[in-house]
Structures are given as structure tokens and as C-alpha cells.
Ligand binder design. Structure first.
Ligand code: BES
Ligand code: ZN
Length: 886
């Protein structure tokens, strides 16, 4: 018998809740094998509900009801109904107190949603729908309540008891000689009403790093970071990141922290990266713990970004929250935009933009072209956890950025101010946000709103015509958007299209549109609104090279028939750094696509010398901006190449890319070797942007040199691996060795594990580097590692490193014999029984299965069907695989 098909939730069915909860009093008693939760809710009918006679329905998930009372009087069994996922009381007064007592089993909670046990104690994760796994509640973001929480636990094992807000009381239970160990308790009160998804509590044994921050209005805020005992030396950077973020939000958005105390707790078992619970953020250790010898430059940068992100949510998410989960991008898209801007201010703005676009193209564009495609505001879901996607996050941030581009920085700031003035303390929609931006700027954003409701990546087809006698350049821009599931036809979008015209000397030409009295500016943001538009630039004295979509002003696919000479010119001279990078990527893409066809036809590709010369120039310019050079010298990824093909041949893609890397390495060996020496960083390690940039260029050179398969280079790589005083250099060497079938490979991997087996985050790197190796034996090795002591299916970081690593290894995952698909199906099925959120994320590896050949398709179809037909499959995984098969 097939399991029943899970229910679908639709945006169009949104109705205000029938009841509101004004306050919650929680008493959480942590015993060894279970936890008892007593909750008293102050409830009243919602005057804004259309149904004034609705029964009270509370959400529940894996709760064991022990007692229930209304206004203090126990309810008879006939007065309520307990079902698997809800508790219903058909008749209640207009205003009342409801008390429930239930038992939960945090030690058995492998889903890591709600209250769960980890190595050092108990932690919570409630977004999106985890609070219902702690107590009976109206678990939706438009129900906002004041929380007071009392936690009881064993004092010696769980000395730290935390919840949101302020500690108002605490005490010890007297120790009974020879009996139960001494227990203690703490009571916390959060003065801010909040939705249940922002609830958090912790009972654990943790060390604490303390600091403080004086806000610009002069308030002193206590800052605490709690980590596993013994790891205080790894949280200094996260503390600095927090202080940088606090200052930045004051300076850029005028937003100050509203609390007297701000806590971050790090936990090793966590489904996501981090969570913005009011005043008590809970973080994956990966985004807190760092020390030069165990964290890479990339890790340090991510800590800045994630600490910033969760901190910024305090305004964009917590003070103003979402009305319903369809509005998720209201908080996530906006907060990603804010953390991107924070990162751009801390590091290099153009390089940050390049990395954002790389990420968008690697994850969001494929998502938008596949079975899980959905608008930034989805219209339906089976399981909301599946919609914390690249579209909601990254495309959502792009949509916010486009508003910023269209109305300008100052108006954007006015719009934010108005948004907070209007909606502080409320649960609102994306329309409310756009309306504030429109009202503050006076720019009509009516058509712009389509970005929120239309899925798919728009395509811009641009052509240009230059007329020398009249000195006019005409740009013709056509926009279209491919059909996506449930959306066959699309309307034109309002697209900010930033353009410049680059002259033969490399300088920008002053832009003057037909009808304008004089030229103004070198970059213009054109507003595209119809499916075809023409723009005529006048007084263009020479035929320019158009620099289109500068700084990637919209998340679209741009088509323009550039010649390689034009691209080479832009790569060398465009004033827009993003477009310099883009020109290099287009050149490389062109060459790689040609090499792929050549290889598919059974012949060896030959590479143009002009491309090698262009690469040599970028490399020679490296010292002026090493971070940019490292980006510009990285070829488009295999996944990006696959997206450009009608039918993907993963082997040919891989082979072409490796061939081109080898060709560059052979042609520019001396140059790479010289730059490797020149970019050495002297002195003690610092994760700052400048030395990190030098390391990135230097390690890029090492990567190319390792393509030579030369014993001398391998010795150099091994030396870097052994001598490195920082994880960035050690990992770069290890990753290069892991791709190389040589004796040094096993030596390095073994030494690395022996040295770091006690540091879980470093072990994740060790697993990841093996799972992403290009060697043909990778899948076999990954299967072996599943039973290694280092791996643990219950720990999401381990799963992401090993199974996620293989999944992202295009050439090995998409092996022609289907072994990769078979492997992933096995793992998804095993994981689903433990942690459906993580299982469903892994199942997304099948998204693009229809782009492969018939043989691969038949293997992936049977893998998908095997998952779908698994008894008791979660709705999380079911939604992903059923959409893939649809
Ligand atoms: N609110 C989310 C955490 C979250 C995500 C909870 C999904 C429940 C389901 C948090 O603000 C977040 O977005 N975290 C990101 C990192 C961030 C820097 C984009 C994450 O966890 O990956
Ligand atoms: Zn977030």
C-alpha cells in the first residue's frame, strides 16, 4: 500500500488565525530520558478572523499529552480531541488560559527540530515549524506572544540554562544525599512579543566568551558566545564579527540593537548554518569556531557573513516578521542582501559581486530551470523546509538589490526607514515592503512586483547597430522568460539594465540618449519594461564595445553576439570590474563549449593562443588586485557548463575543463611558478582581505601547476602542505593532492586525519576533499568512508561533507553506470528515517536528471522511484522526488 499523498498548503488560502496568543508561560523540566513541558497560553479570539465560532486548533508533532486544563479546570476527555498533528477544543470562551502538560523525548529527536540533545546538552531549532514539537501551539508567524520560560535541569551536567530575553530568576533545588543529583533552574523573560519560530532555549555544559558593545545611543550591551568546553580560543573572530556587524548596521541603516544582552550558542549538530532566535542565536559550530590552523580564509569570511546575517535579522525578520511562510523572502532575501552589502564593505565589493553571481549561477539558475522552480514568493508547498531555497534567498536578495539599483541608495534607505515606521512589531508581506519602497522613492514599482510571482530565469537578447555617419548606436533588447512548472506563460518584467559603452582606448564613452540635451554619466541604468525595446545613444564618435548588465544589475541570462576580440578588449579594459570578469568567463565558456563538442566527436581539442595570451595578461596584472585575478583565472564550473548544454555529457565537460587547465599550465608554467613565489605572504597569519587575496592567487597558481603532473611540483605541494601554518594553505595543497593519483596523496590524507581527528570541523574538510576528488575511484572511497569512524549519519555537517560532496561532484555523481544515483538513493532513504530535512536537501541532487542521456535517465528514474516508493517516506523527501518525477 502506498502512503497517503501529503497535503498541500496554498498561499491563496491564507486566512488570519482564529485565535491570538498574548503570552506563553513555559516550564521545561529536563529529565534523563524525557522532558516534561508545561505551557500556559493566554488566548483570545482574533477580532480580524472571519470565523468567530471556529474551534481552537493547536499544532502538535510527536507530543505526548499528559494533562490539559482550561482556566485552571481540567478538561474532560469529551471536550477535546487529540490527533497525530493537532489538538482541537471545539468550544472555548472568547478569552481564556489553556494549560497543557506534555512529554517529549529530545534524546530520540534525530530530526534536530524542536528540542534535541547534542554532545554537550540540549538545544532547540524552531524555524519553521519546530515549536509544535515542544508544546501545543498555534505555530505560525502571525501569532506573536510574550514568552516567559523556566528551565529545570541537572546542575552538574547542564550548568548553563538559557532562553530568549533576560534572566529574571534562578536557583538550586536542594541536593538529596545519595539520591538524584542536584538540580537547578532559571527563569527567562523576553519583553518582545515574537512568533514561535524565534523561540530558543539551551541547557548545556558550555564555556562562555564575554564582551560588550556600546550602541550609538550609548547603551551598553553584553555580548556572550557559548561554545563547547575548551574551545574559547576559537571564538574570538566570531565575537569581532558580531561587533563589526553591530557597528555596520548603525552606520548604514541607522539600526541599533534593542536588547541589553545578545547571546550566540554554537552546537555541532545543526541542520542549517545558524538561526536568529531573539537575543539567543543558535549557530552551527562551523560558523562560530575558527583559528588560523583549523579554519580557511573562506571559513573566516563566512563567519563574518553568517554572524552578520543573523544579527541583521533582528530588524529584518524579528522586529518586522513574515505574515506567513510564503513571505519568507521578505526576511531572508532582504537579510541576504544586507549581509552581502556588509561583506562587500568588509572585503572587496567587485569580488563579492563575482562570488554572489557564481553562487547564483551554480544553484539558483539550475533550480529555476528544474522541477523545483518556484517564484521568490512560492504559491504552494507540501513542506516549508523545502523552500529555504536559492530562489527565496539568493534570487530574493537580487530582487531587493534591483529595487536598490532602480531607486538609488538614498531612496532605498528612506524606504527602509518607512518600512520600519509602518510595520515595527508586525507580521507583514512582501507587498508591504515594496509599497514602502515605492512610497518613499516615488518610483512606480507596480510592474516590478512580477519578480515575486514569476519563476524562471529571464533571458535578455541584445543586439546593437552602430551608424558611423550619424554617430548613433542603437541597442535592441528583447526579454523573455521560459515556462516553469505551473507557469506556461510569462509577462514582461521591470528590469534594471546597467550599460556602458567602452571605446577603443578602453575608456568609457559619456552616455547621451536620443532626446537628451547633454551626456550624463558613463553607466546608465535603463528600465526595461516591455518585451522589446530600443535605446538610441547619440554622439557616439566611434564604434564602441557595449558593456552590458554592469555589476550584474539583474538576475538574468544575457545573450549578446560578442566576438572574441570584443571580449578580450572588455577583459582588459572595462571600467566595470564585474564585466571584466564576465568577459573572461564568456571567452572561457566559448572555448570550453567548443572543446566539449570536439571531444564528443572523438577528437582532441586545440586551444587558441589568443586565449592563453589573455590569461597571461590577467595573471601578470595579478599583483594589482590578487583577489580579482584569482576569480578571473578560475574557469567556469562543470555545473555551469552543464547548464549551457541541451544534453549534458558530464565526462566530456570534465575532460574539456581539465584539458584547458593543463594547456594553460603548460603554456604558462613559468608565469604561474613566478606568481606563486611572488604572492607568498610574510609574517603571521591574518584572515584580513589583503593577505587572503594573496593566498587565493597563490593557491590558484599551485592548482594550475599541479595539473602538470610533475614530481617537482608535487614536492612543492607536499612542502606547502607540511609547512603551512594556516588551514587555507594546507587545504589548498591537500585539495590539489586529492585530485592527483600519486603516492603523496595517501600520505597527505593520512597525516591530515591523524593530526585532526579530534576536530570535527576539520574532519568535515577531510571527508569533503575526498568526496569532491576528480579521481575515478571517488565513489568507491566515499562508500568506504560511510563506515569510517569519522562519519556519522546523524550529524548534518558530516552528511553535507561526504554525501553532499559526492552529490556536487558532477563527473563522479553522474557516472554512466548509474552507481552515483544508486548510492544517493540509498543514502536519501537511510537519512529520511533519521532527518527528513537533510534527506530532502540531498535528494535535490536529482533535480537535473532530465538533462542527461537516456541511459543515465533510466538509472536516475529508477533511483527516484525507489525513493518515492519507500514506506513511511517523509513529506519533505516525497515533495522533492515527486516533483522531479512529475
Ligand atoms: N532563519 C535562517 C535559518 C533557517 C533556515 C531556519 C532554514 C530554518 C530553516 C537563518 O537566518 C539563515 O538564513 N541561515 C542561513 C545562513 C545565512 C548566512 C544565509 C543558513 O542557515 O544556511
Ligand atoms: Zn536568514
Amino acid at each position: 500500500m502506498r502512503d497517503p499523498v501529503p497535503q498541500v498548503t496554498y498561499l491563496k488560502d491564507y486566512a488570519p488565525p482564529a485565535f491570538l496568543i498574548t503570552s506563553v508561560d513555559l516550564d521545561v523540566d529536563i529529565e534523563d530520558e524525557f522532558t516534561r513541558v508545561r505551557a500556559t497560553l493566554a488566548l483570545q479570539r482574533n477580532p480580524r478572523s472571519a470565523d468567530s465560532a471556529a474551534p481552537l486548533v493547536l499544532n502538535a508533532d510527536e507530543l505526548e499529552l499528559e494533562a490539559i486544563a482550561l482556566n485552571g479546570a481540567p478538561l474532560p476527555a469529551s471536550a477535546y480531541a487529540v490527533e497525530a498533528n493537532r489538538l482541537t477544543i471545539s468550544s472555548v470562551p472568547a478569552q481564556f488560559a489553556l494549560t497543557t502538560v506534555c512529554k517529549i523525548y529530545p534524546k530520540q529527536n534525530t530530526k534536530l527540530m524542536g528540542l534535541y540533545a547534542s554532545k554537550d546538552g540540549y538545544f532547540t531549532q524552531c524555524e519553521a515549524e519546530g515549536f509544535r514539537r515542544i508544546t501545543y501551539f498555534i505555530d505560525r508567524p502571525d501569532v506573536m506572544a510574550r514568552y516567559s520560560v523556566t528551565i529545570h535541569a541537572d546542575q552538574a551536567t547542564y550548568p548553563v540554562l538559557l532562553s530568549n530575553g533576560n534572566l529574571v530568576a534562578s536557583g538550586d533545588a536542594s541536593h538529596q544525599e545519595g539520591k538524584t543529583p542536584a538540580r537547578h533552574w532559571a527563569r527567562w523573560e523576553d519583553p518582545f512579543p515574537k512568533p514561535s519560530y524565534l523561540f530558543a532555549m539551551v541547557a548545556a555544559k558550555l564555556d562562555k566568551l564575554e564582551d560588550s558593545f556600546v550602541t550609538r545611543s550609548g547603551r551598553n550591551v553584553g555580548l556572550q558566545i557559548y561554545v563547547e568546553p575548551g574551545k574559547l580560543d576559537q571564538c574570538g573572530f566570531a565575537m569581532q564579527a558580531l561587533k563589526k556587524a553591530m557597528r555596520w548596521d548603525e552606520e548604514v541603516f541607522g539600526l541599533e540593537l534593542d536588547l541589553d544582552q545578545y547571546m550566540i550558542v554554537a552546537v555541532g549538530d545543526f541542520n542549517m548554518g545558524a538561526m536568529e532566535n531573539k537575543g539567543l542565536n543558535i549557530f552551527n559550530t562551523k560558523y562560530v569556531l575558527a583559528r588560523p590552523d583549523i579554519a580557511t580564509d573562506g571559513d573566516f569570511m563566512h563567519i563574518d557573513r553568517v554572524v552578520g546575517h543573523e544579527y541583521f535579522h533582528n530588524w529584518t525578520g524579528n522586529r518586522v516578521t513574515c505574515r506567513d511562510w510564503f513571505q519568507l523572502s521578505l526576511t531572508e532575501g532582504l537579510t541576504v542582501f544586507r549581509d552581502q552589502e556588509f561583506g562587500a564593505d568588509l572585503y572587496s565589493r567587485p569580488v563579492a559581486r563575482i562570488q554572489e553571481v557564481r553562487g547564483l549561477r551554480a544553484a539558483q539558475f539550475p533550480e529555476d530551470a528544474g522541477p523545483m522552480a518556484h517564484p521568490v514568493r512560492p504559491q504552494s508547498y507540501m513542506e516549508i523546509s523545502n523552500f529555504y531555497t536559492a530562489t527565496v534567498y539568493e534570487k530574493g536578495a537580487e530582487v531587493v538589490r534591483m529595487i536598490h539599483t532602480l531607486i538609488g541608495r538614498e531612496n532605498f534607505r528612506k524606504g527602509m526607514d518607512l518600512y520600519f515606521r509602518r510595520f515595527d512589531g508586525q507580521a507583514v508581506t512582501m507587498d508591504d515592503f515594496v509599497q514602502a519602497m515605492q512610497d518613499a522613492s516615488g518610483t512606480d514599482l507596480a510592474q516590478f512586483r512580477r519578480w515575486y510571482d514569476q519563476a524562471g530565469t529571464p533571458v535578455l537578447e541584445v543586439s546593437s547597430a552602430y551608424d558611423a555617419p550619424s554617430q548613433r548606436l542603437t541597442l535592441t533588447v528583447k526579454q523573455s522568460c521560459p515556462p516553469t512548472p505551473g507557469q506556461p506563460d510569462k509577462l514582461p518584467l521591470h528590469i534594471p539594465f546597467a550599460v556602458g559603452l567602452v571605446g577603443g582606448d578602453g575608456d568609457d564613452i559619456a552616455l547621451q540618449l536620443e532626446g537628451e540635451g547633454r551626456p550624463g554619466g558613463a553607466t546608465r541604468v535603463l528600465s526595461l519594461k516591455s518585451s522589446e525595446e530600443h535605446f538610441v545613444f547619440v554622439s557616439v564618435g566611434q564604434k564602441p564595445v557595449p558593456s552590458l548588465l554592469r555589476s550584474f544589475s539583474a538576475p538574468v541570462i544575457l545573450k549578446y553576439p560578442y566576438t572574441s576580440e570584443e571580449l578580450t578588449h572588455l577583459l582588459a579594459r572595462d571600467a566595470d570590474a564585474f564585466n571584466r570578469w564576465e568577459a573572461g568567463q564568456r571567452l572561457a565558456l566559448d572555448i570550453l563549449l567548443r572543446a566539449i563538442s570536439t571531444l564528443q566527436a572523438g577528437t582532441e581539442p586545440v586551444f587558441r593562443e589568443s586565449f592563453v595570451a589573455a590569461v597571461a595578461r590577467v595573471l601578470a596584472d595579478g599583483p594589482t588586485d590578487p583577489a580579482f585575478a584569482a576569480e578571473a583565472l578560475s574557469l567556469p564550473s562543470e555545473v555551469y557548463l552543464a547548464e549551457q548544454m541541451k544534453m549534458v555529457n558530464p565526462d566530456a565537460i570534465h575532460a574539456a575543463r581539465v584539458r584547458l587547465r593543463r594547456h594553460l599550465a603548460h603554456s604558462l608554467r613559468a608565469e604561474f611558478a613566478a606568481m606563486y613565489v611572488r604572492q607568498r605572504v610574510a609574517g603571521p597569519y591574518s584572515p584580513d582581505a589583503d593577505p587572503a587575496a594573496r593566498r587565493s592567487l597563490r593557491n590558484l597558481c599551485l592548482g594550475y601547476l599541479m595539473e602538470l603532473d610533475d614530481p617537482e611540483v608535487r614536492a612543492l605541494c607536499m612542502e606547502q602542505f607540511d609547512r603551512a601554518d594556516n588551514m587555507t594553505d594546507a587545504m589548498a595543497a591537500l585539495a590539489a593532492l586529492a585530485n592527483c593519483d600519486c603516492p603523496e596523496r595517501a600520505q597527505a590524507l593520512d597525516r591530515f586525519y591523524a593530526k585532526w581527528r579530534g576536530e570535527p570541523l576539520v574532519v568535515d574538510k577531510w571527508l569533503g576533499v575526498q568526496a569532491t576528488s576528480r579521481l575515478p575511484g571517488t565513489l568507491t572511497q566515499v562508500i568506504r568512508l560511510l563506515s569510517h569512524e569519522a562519519f556519522n549519519m546523524r550529524n548534518p555537517n558530516k552528511v553535507y561533507a561526504l554525501i553532499g560532496g559526492l552529490r556536487s561532484n558532477q563527473v563522479r555523481f553522474h557516472a554512466a553506470d548509474g552507481a552515483g544515483y544508486h548510492f544517493l538513493a540509498d543514502q536519501v532513504i537511510a537519512l529520511d528515517a533519521l532527518n527528513p530535512t537533510v534527506a530532502a536537501r540531498m535528494a535535490r541532487g536529482f533535480d537535473r536528471w532530465r538533462k542527461f542521456d537516456a541511459v543515465r535517465q533510466s538509472h536516475s528514474r529508477s533511483a527516484l522511484e525507489r525513493i518515492r516508493d519507500t514506506r513511511g517516506l517523509s513529506k519533505d523527501t516525497f515533495e522533492v522526488v515527486s516533483r522531479a518525477l512529475a
